[in-house]
Ligand binder design. Structure first.
Ligand code: ZN
Length: 345
């Protein structure tokens, strides 16, 4: 069966065909996607794929997923193989449930390591219409699929509202020594641009994309990404796990240096709780910021029992003792900008 010569990622027609030892490929001069002109039927039953489970291969997944509240997520790994990757991932990242899809005979091994294995294609599972998943994991599988558009469309039927797709694929050949990838089980060769265009055309937005992600020695340069339906992202933020932030009023804010930092206060606290801003810069004193006056730091001494928010990354260590010398025990708590912006506890 011949592949369309329209780029499956960006839709343009490729300007050239390249002959590899392993067969001919089209290459798109718009997004640099490369794909085989003819499907190679690879014998997965006799040449099975194994999970890669080295520490170097697992750590990037732990790192990325640690940003999210995964404990409420129903995960589905498409191409779960022997389940060894799933087993390790679950030990390090909590999930509500973890199911797998696997068409090769390896599905039997996976059955002992995940909650349920669906021994069918993702399209067949989607057609049943009875499942919803919050995270669909697909690692080093998409490049093996002939009709990648049909494959990812099946994900859409299975994804919950606000659900995310976690993908890993090689970045082009996966290794800088090789311009082309001769792996006959690989039918598509993605670039950073082509994977982005591909997902965009299917209605997804990449919310995180990392490169130089180790898969194995042959593929040290993989790509790892999380994508979410654009229509879902318009309405809701991904379910990030952030440390709790306690900026309780009344609040004195020290520092109106950066407009960005002042605008961010709307997200960090109830801005009606702000008693005043203080700043050492005489040019800023006497002005007002969103209707609240800016004073010299000494003005803080007029208030009792307030939280001081240090709205500066650069001068935190100078501001802290200076504030103590001005207002002493009247400051009930100090919260720094670094604490307010930190992604980790
Ligand atoms: Zn293209």
């Amino acid at each position: 069966m011949s592949n369309s010569n329209h780029c499956p990622c960006c839709g343009e027609k490729p300007n050239q065909t390249i002959s590899l030892v392993s067969g001919d490929c089209y290459i798109c001069d718009q997004c640099c996607h490369m794909w085989r002109t003819e499907n190679i039927i690879y014998d997965y039953d006799n040449n099975p794929m194994f999970s890669e489970t080295s520490d170097a291969r697992m750590q990037p997944a732990y790192d990325l997923l640690s940003l999210f509240h995964t404990q409420n997520m129903r995960a589905l790994e498409v191409g779960v193989s022997d389940g060894n990757y799933a087993q390790l991932l679950r030990q390090n990242v909590p999930f509500k449930s973890y199911e797998g899809v696997e068409i090769s005979p390896r599905y039997k091994e996976a059955e002992t390591k995940v909650d349920v294995v669906h021994n069918m294609t993702i399209q067949e599972l989607a057609n049943r219409g009875t499942h919803q998943f919050d995270l669909m994991i697909c690692n080093h599988t998409l490049e093996h699929i002939w009709d990648i558009g049909d494959f990812i469309k099946a994900f859409d039927c299975l994804l919950s509202k606000g659900g995310m797709i976690y993908l890993e694929v090689p970045n082009r050949s996966g290794h800088p020594r090789f311009y082309y990838d001769e792996n006959t089980s690989h039918l598509h060769f993605f670039s950073v641009t082509s994977i982005g265009r591909f997902l965009e055309r299917l209605g997804y937005v990449i919310i995180d994309l990392r490169t130089s992600i180790f898969h194995n020695q042959r593929c040290p340069l993989g790509m790892q990404l999380l994508a979410m339906r654009a229509r879902d992202l318009v309405e809701k933020q991904p379910n990030y796990k952030l440390p709790p932030l306690k900026i309780e009023g009344p609040v004195v804010v020290w520092g109106v240096g950066s407009q960005l930092a002042v605008d961010d206060l709307h997200y960090q606290m109830n801005i009606d709780d702000i008693l005043c801003y203080v700043d050492k810069d005489p040019k800023k004193q006497g002005k007002n910021c969103y209707g609240v006056d800016v004073f010299a730091p000494e003005h803080m001494a007029n208030f009792d029992s307030f939280t001081l928010y240090i709205n500066s990354l650069l001068y935190e260590h100078e501001i802290r003792p200076e504030a103590r010398s001005i207002a002493g025990d009247k400051i009930k708590a100090i919260v720094t900008m670094k604490e307010a912006y930190d992604l980790k506890d």
